[in-house]
Design a protein around this ligand. Structure first.
Ligand code: 5AD
Ligand code: SF4
Length: 456
């Protein structure tokens, strides 16, 4: 480090795990320029909002938070130290000019492709308002600093690793292809080096991230394209790295090599987030998903043949334009057929600039709300059943941190369920067989079952 940490940065992160990863990289980039992270906004010289644009509510939250931060800054009076306010992420990318106009307190707006230039942008924002939302062709990952060892150690035993950004699928409801741009995969060597550095700093579980992660096609050193299945094989070779996960996937990109990796690699966890969005072929077509419900079910069958205990998760949108009661019932039907272990569901939110926003048959809000409630009841019932089915089983749990109460530790099952265990904090960092003895709403509880290790 060239300078001492005299300044403080406070970053508030919205939205997906890719934003969490990006916020950590921004922290790392800034710490090389004398900024230390703080969790107290009042201490900050620089406040950054890393924003999400996926649904209207997510974007609106940013403006109300900016109002609160402005008031907070104004109340500190003229003698307080200067506090710069910056907006990053997908709202910045999509409506940078609008932010500048609507929120005059903002000093700096920059999109996800500019993070490696952050220190330079912050320096400039000290004198003038700065906006940087171009899509430069340069590879930002090559310019971003590697995760800092000390910071990685502090962040714990699990880490995110972005391997791919952007999306070429253009689902008709989704802003991602516009905010994050076209699909780009990081080169294999870069990903492997980052995973190795994470493992060296004590990380035991890595989650590979991408807006469309299973479309990964990074180049190796001989210039050949490598898919996600092969990449998982390479990462599985890294000593100390015990668990690999990835998210989020598109059904069309779930190729045979990736499915086979689930059969062949113990380190690849048996949990798959594979959104279908709707169970109705008519709606899937309007959504431009490029697969039918039957094709999705066939794919699930193939995946379960390769890895019989695979837990499935998904995303659903209710009230897409033109969705009838019969279409919605097809969604309920597919949810039951797949038997999801967990799933996320959302009311359709009109995103300006996407084809969905122009479609006839926008569904009234009360109908969306009613369908969401019914869908969530179904999903919750399945999740409860899945968790209840785990009672009596013994499976390996990565012990990650102290639990809520003294004498407790907490970790995750292979199926991503949080597990609370009566055990000593000295066990943190180990992967141990745990016998599941009970369930709560969103978690399991259990006891260490020494000598009974059995991956189910
Ligand atoms: N309205 C509602 N939900 C959406 N998603 C993406 N765009 C929209 C939208 N316009 C959901 C999808 C996606 C998840 C990340 O967010 O289900 O998989
Ligand atoms: Fe958006 Fe995912 Fe569709 Fe890409 S595949 S357009 S990120 S919903």
């Amino acid at each position: 480090m060239s300078e001492t940490n005299t300044k403080k940065v406070f970053i508030k992160t919205y939205g997906c795990q890719m934003n969490v990863y990006d916020s950590d990289r921004m922290t790392d980039a800034l710490s090389e320029h004398g900024y230390a992270p703080t969790t107290e906004m009042g201490d900050a010289d620089l406040v950054l909002l890393n924003t999400c644009h996926i649904r209207e509510k997510a974007a609106e939250k940013v403006y109300s938070e900016l109002g609160r931060i402005r008031d907070f800054r104004d109340e500190r009076g003229p003698d307080a130290k200067k506090m710069l306010i910056g907006v990053a992420g997908c709202v910045a990318q999509a409506e940078g000019e609008e932010i500048m106009r609507r929120a005059p307190a903002v000093d700096l707006v920059f999109g996800p492709q500019s993070y490696h230039r952050l220190p330079e942008l912050v320096a400039k924002a000290g004198g003038e308002r700065v906006i940087d939302t171009d899509f430069p062709q340069e590879d930002k990952f090559a310019h971003l600093p590697q995760p800092r060892r000390e910071a990685t150690i502090k962040r714990g035993l699990t880490a995110f690793l972005t391997v791919q950004e952007g999306c070429d699928k253009f689902c008709s409801f989704c802003v991602v292809p516009y905010t994050r741009g076209a699909e780009v995969s990081r080169p294999v060597a870069q990903v492997v080096a980052e995973a190795q550095a994470l493992a060296d700093a004590g990380v035991r579980e890595v989650t590979l991230l991408g807006q469309n992660v299973n479309a990964y096609h990074g180049l190796n050193e001989t210039g050949h394209s490598v898919g996600l299945g092969e990449l998982c094989h390479m990462l599985a070779e890294i000593d100390g790295l015990e668990r690999i996960r990835y998210t989020t996937s598109h059904p069309r990109d779930m190729d045979d090599a990736l499915i086979a990796a689930h059969r062949d690699l113990d380190k690849l966890m048996p949990y798959l987030h594979l959104p279908i969005q709707s169970g109705s072929d008519r709606i899937l077509k309007a959504m431009n998903r490029r697969h039918t419900a039957a094709e999705y079910l066939e794919l699930i069958e193939k995946i379960r043949e390769a890895r019989p205990d695979m837990a499935l998760s998904g995303d659903f949108i209710v009230g897409f334009p033109g969705e009838t009661e019969a279409d919605f019932e097809a969604t309920l039907d597919i949810v039951k057929k797949v038997g999801y272990a967990s799933a996320f569901s959302f009311k359709y939110s009109t995103r300006p600039g996407t084809p969905g926003a122009e479609m006839d048959g926008q569904v009234p809000e009360p109908i969306k709300a009613e369908r969401l409630e019914r869908l969530q009841a179904e999903i919750n019932a399945l999740q409860t059943a899945f968790n209840a089915g785990c009672v009596g089983m013994t499976f390996p749990v990565l012990i990650e941190k102290p639990g809520r109460n003294p004498g407790q530790v907490a970790g995750r099952s292979p199926y991503l369920q949080p597990v609370h265990i009566e055990a000593d904090a000295g066990l943190i960092g180990q992967i141990l067989p745990v016998e599941i003895t009970g369930t709560a709403k969103n978690s399991l509880s259990g006891t260490i079952a020494r000598g009974k290790a059995r991956a189910v």
